[in-house]
Design a protein around this ligand. Structure first.
Ligand SMILES: *Cc1c(COP(=O)(O)O)cnc(C)c1O
Ligand SMILES: [Zn+2]
Length: 448
């Protein structure tokens, strides 16, 4: 089957809170001109719905990692649902998506759920799920420039995964990238990816919120394109992870998708992806969402506790899960809509609990980042409380590779990680260089 070309040219921007009016997809805009709320990318699903659900599944199953070119990308293999106007030559791809969906039966038993899979979004070019969204955003910038929109540079405020992904995709496309970071709150590991990709990295004497304010002011100049997650093009790429999960399960939706939530863009994106799978691929809706937060940064958990009637913000405190250390989520509205549509729960975990969840999973062969551990801890809490059933099928979205968070793991196993009591710590054993000493150490381990 060939792509439905009649669906081309139908993409536009609109207010996500429902203010009337369409904004041309080639306008550089991040907020609704009427209510100043966020925008979303929309397209008329009519032409797409003309194609039978079975044909969509066949089309997507016929693409994949064994193919060449953009068919091999998890994002661009779903291009009719993502950005039908883009051509193969415009798409900026670094092999994003088609990450493994790994069954973890021993971890499922430990946690007390029926089946558990880890969706390895950290097995990606820059090591996090941010690649999925940046591929689409940077492609859109390439298209804007081709259409004569004078974008000089792409900018973001970030201390971690967003800047790594933007810098890589920007470099691949030949676009200048500017990254604003809070000085002295950034580790070498967080700095090195954007530096390696040649981005202009500005270390500012302020905190993350200060950087965020400045980058928004900077991007009032339409020539400086804003790549933070208020930009709706990123969600278009990120939503494919939900499609891919269902596809990898043989076009059957899981009972739960669990993920960590910070700015909450990914929660909104997964809700969008599930809605498309239901509407266009004919997969009955029943997946609920579990959003895991940490105690030091849990505004969404508080909102959930109040039935989403309020949207509190908090001053985010220290946590090992630095990528979700966010007190005022940008995508609150998107995430609430996803939770209300799918159903689900929001959890909040202590530093000790997320460190323990990561150590439990790592001991069974995983290598979870602290953010993913917060979601796993949420699943453990929900299973213990009977909210996730003992027969339920659960997919845990691993948002980054554990190797990006080596410091937290080192500290845990040294017993120096703040707030964690390191019950599962595994320190190296120093022994004298003799066969007898090595054998003694082995015996001792076996006795444990
Ligand atoms: C960005 C990020 C998150 C948070 O995603 P949001 O869309 O901001 O909720 C979680 N984990 C990792 C590793 C991230 O990089
Ligand atoms: Zn509006």
């Amino acid at each position: 089957m060939s792509a439905p070309t009649d669906a081309r040219g139908s993409t536009f921007l609109a207010c996500e809170s429902g203010c009337p009016g369409r904004i041309d997809a080639n306008e550089v805009r991040y907020r609704c001109p009427s209510c100043a709320g966020l925008l979303e990318v929309r397209r008329d699903l009519g032409p797409l719905a003309q194609i039978a659900a079975g044909e969509w599944r066949q089309l997507f199953d016929g693409r994949g990692p064994t193919r060449m070119g953009w068919d091999a990308s998890g994002v661009w293999s779903k291009r009719e649902w993502v950005l039908p106007e883009a051509t193969a030559g415009e798409a900026v791809s670094l092999g994003e998506g088609f990450s493994p969906l790994v069954p973890v039966p021993r971890l499922a038993r430990e946690i007390g759920v029926g089946e558990l899979w880890v969706k390895e979004c950290g097995v990606a070019h820059t090591g996090s799920f941010k690649d999925l969204g940046m591929s689409v955003l940077v492609t859109q910038v390439v298209r804007l420039r081709k259409a004569g929109v004078p974008v000089r540079a792409v900018a973001c405020a970030s201390t971690g995964d967003t800047s790594a992904a933007l810098a890589a995709y920007g470099a691949a496309a030949g676009l200048p990238v500017v990254v604003l970071l809070p000085k002295s709150k950034v580790s070498t590991a967080q700095l090195v990816q954007p530096l390696a990709h040649g981005a202009l990295v500005l270390a500012l004497q302020t905190d993350f919120d200060g950087c965020m304010r400045l980058v928004q002011q900077l991007s009032e100049d339409p020539a400086i394109y804003l790549a933070n997650s208020m930009n709706p093009w990123r969600l278009e790429g990120q939503k494919t992870v939900a499609v891919e999960i269902v596809q990898q399960l043989g076009w059957e939706a899981p009972d739960w998708i669990a993920l960590p939530g910070g700015n909450l863009g990914n929660t909104g994106a997964i809700g969008m992806g599930l809605a498309l799978v239901e509407k266009l691929a004919g997969v009955p809706r029943h997946t609920k969402l579990l959003v895991g937060q940490v105690e030091s940064a849990n505004p969404f958990f508080r909102s959930f506790g109040a039935g989403f009637r309020v949207r509190p913000t908090v001053v985010a405190g220290d946590t090992a899960a630095t990528a979700i250390r966010i007190g005022a989520p940008v995508s609150y509205g998107r995430a609430i809509r996803a939770l209300e549509r799918c159903g689900g729960i929001v959890t909040s975990a202590s530093e000790d609990a997320i460190a323990d969840a990561a150590a439990l999973a790592d001991g069974l062969g995983q290598y979870l980042c602290p953010q993913t551990a917060a979601a796993l801890e949420g699943v453990r809490q929900a299973a213990a409380a009977g909210r996730i059933g003992s027969k339920d099928r659960v997919v845990l979205v691993a948002t980054a590779h554990g190797l990006k968070f080596t410091e937290a793991k080192v500290r845990y196993h040294e017993g120096t990680l703040a707030g964690a009591d390191s019950r599962r710590a595994n320190a190296p054993v120093e022994v004298e260089a003799s066969l007898a000493a090595v054998r003694r150490a082995l015996k001792e381990r076996e006795r444990r």
